[in-house]
Design a protein around this ligand. Sequence first.
Ligand SMILES: [Zn+2]
Length: 298
Amino acid sequence: MRYIRVIDGGGNGFRRADVFGTKVRNLVKTKKGEITCVEQLTSFVDGGTLADIAGISYAVAGDIKDGVVIKSPQLPWLNGVDLKAATKDCLCKQTAVVNDMDGAVAGMGALLNWPSYFMGITWSSGIGARVCRNGQIIAQCEAGHTQLDHSPFAPLCGCGLRGCVEAIIGGEAMTRRILQETEIKGIKIPEGIHPLAFLDDKFQIGDHWAQEVYDVVALGMGTYLATIQNLFRLPLVVWKGTFAINRLKIMEKIIRHYMRSILMNKAWEPEMVFVFSPQPETDALIGAAAIFDQVYGH
Ligand SMILES: [Zn+2]
């Protein structure tokens, strides 16, 4: 058995593991901000033995092209770094560098026995998605920055535009919104409770305000999914991300109601089946190894 060493990284630090198929072993994490240059990163990759490792695959947040990190908002010190060349030079192993969302969606595919056509979507602080057909991710898209609100007063997004789906129903945007709304309404969030958890608690006891907020979120997601369904006619959507894990099951019925109300062909709503990633914690690692295999025919 020849394992692939996989490193994934984003705003919260790096993880390293050895992956074979869907098996993940020796998972190690760094703290946020512990690695801040390429030398530290390659030395982290080199930890443990590399003797029985077939190659190295990185899953990195940001725009990646031919092994080069073009732009990573979460890891700006990697901007412009040819990570593939730097790693090959220093560790003498074949190396792949993939975007973390590509990794996650390829991992979902591997874990679900490669459905022939599906979309993987992360709904957490932000929103990201990829469509995968016959084992290939069809485009490095920016699905979270699809415009949902076209008004000039729509919420500003981290990307600089207004009204992106991420800026309206992403977890970070929702947290901001709940803080603003509770302040205006004079509702006090108890100390130590996350605004989203507060919203969920209020929803559970049938609070009218919380129900309205849930409804607005479901309308946003339903509209967004209807747009996607009009374009792609997907049989399957695989979800991950804390927002989806905590709320999708409760919201699914209302999301589907809104989706149906704006789809020309109502039958396309039930066609789109929802499942969760079987291993949201490790799917990006498994997928980065799967993409390495695709690239090098391992
Ligand atoms: Zn945006």
